[in-house]
Design a protein around this ligand. Sequence first.
Ligand SMILES: Cc1cc2nc3c(=O)[nH]c(=O)nc-3n(C[C@H](O)[C@H](O)[C@H](O)COP(=O)(O)OP(=O)(O)OC[C@H]3O[C@@H](n4cnc5c(N)ncnc54)[C@H](O)[C@@H]3O)c2cc1C
Length: 273
Amino acid sequence: MDLNTIEKVARPSSRAQLPVWTAGDAWLAGGTWLFSEPQAHLTRLIDLSDLKWPALTISDSGLSIAATCTVAQLDALACPPDWLASPLINQCCRAFLASFKIWKTATVGGNLCMSLPAGPMISLTSALGGVCTIWKTGGGEQKIGVSDFVIGNQRNVLASGDLLRQIDLPLAALKRRSAFRQISLTPVGRSAALLIGSIGSAGDLTMTVTASTTRPVQLCFAAIPQTKELREALLHHIPDALYHDDVHGKPAWRKHMTLRLAEEIRAELQGLL
Ligand SMILES: Cc1cc2nc3c(=O)[nH]c(=O)nc-3n(C[C@H](O)[C@H](O)[C@H](O)COP(=O)(O)OP(=O)(O)OC[C@H]3O[C@@H](n4cnc5c(N)ncnc54)[C@H](O)[C@@H]3O)c2cc1C
């Protein structure tokens, strides 16, 4: 939709050119959410596209994803064969409730900054130990894990004017074996629960719960737990109030599916040992 309160669109091409942040400003990434509903409080958009950050950079330490990398660019990445967790990339990209038009435009950073429980880029990057780099409004940088970046439904740690620059996924996480489960209330509906489990070479298990909860929850076990231990850990670490409640699923059902999908993941990963 047209945003008819916008008076100006700034197009900086470097950090030095970022305008001084003022009330009524918003960063514009893909714009798939910004242009999807009225934004009567906004008067200026600061378009990130001319910053021309390289979308994806593979290095000895892992994968660096620019905040402006689109979902389609990430999905098309050819991963090294020893990145055993790489199927998660395609699985999470397909967990969007969205058409190809959204896919080609929506960015990874925009998805994190929206901080919707059903943000599949949050699921992916939190499960893979992603670390966010934030450009602070007044200068300087802040690093924070994705699991701590999102703190609730449409809530995150960004202060006014902070800019998410990139998300770094460590190599060790990309080499873990993984299992993915996702469910929606309707066939192509928004995710109501999205769980990712992964095991390291030492047999340790990490279970990441997203979509069913208002923020990511990550549980780590030194070895693959038994059914009962996993269930008790989930019940202990996820209070009922943390389960999300909206038209895409009632909290009680989301809780039930979380426990069920976690057990499926546990059993699948145990079978790989
Ligand atoms: C049909 C449809 C289906 C959708 N399905 C889903 C879904 O299944 N799951 C889901 O989570 N979302 C969904 N969305 C919402 C949205 O499209 C996605 O969250 C998308 O990833 C947002 O990315 P964007 O680049 O378009 O963000 P934009 O719309 O450009 O921005 C979103 C918000 O984040 C801020 N922002 C963007 N980039 C940065 C940055 N680098 N630093 C700081 N702030 C920033 C913007 O100012 C704005 O407030 C859907 C939207 C539509 C229209």
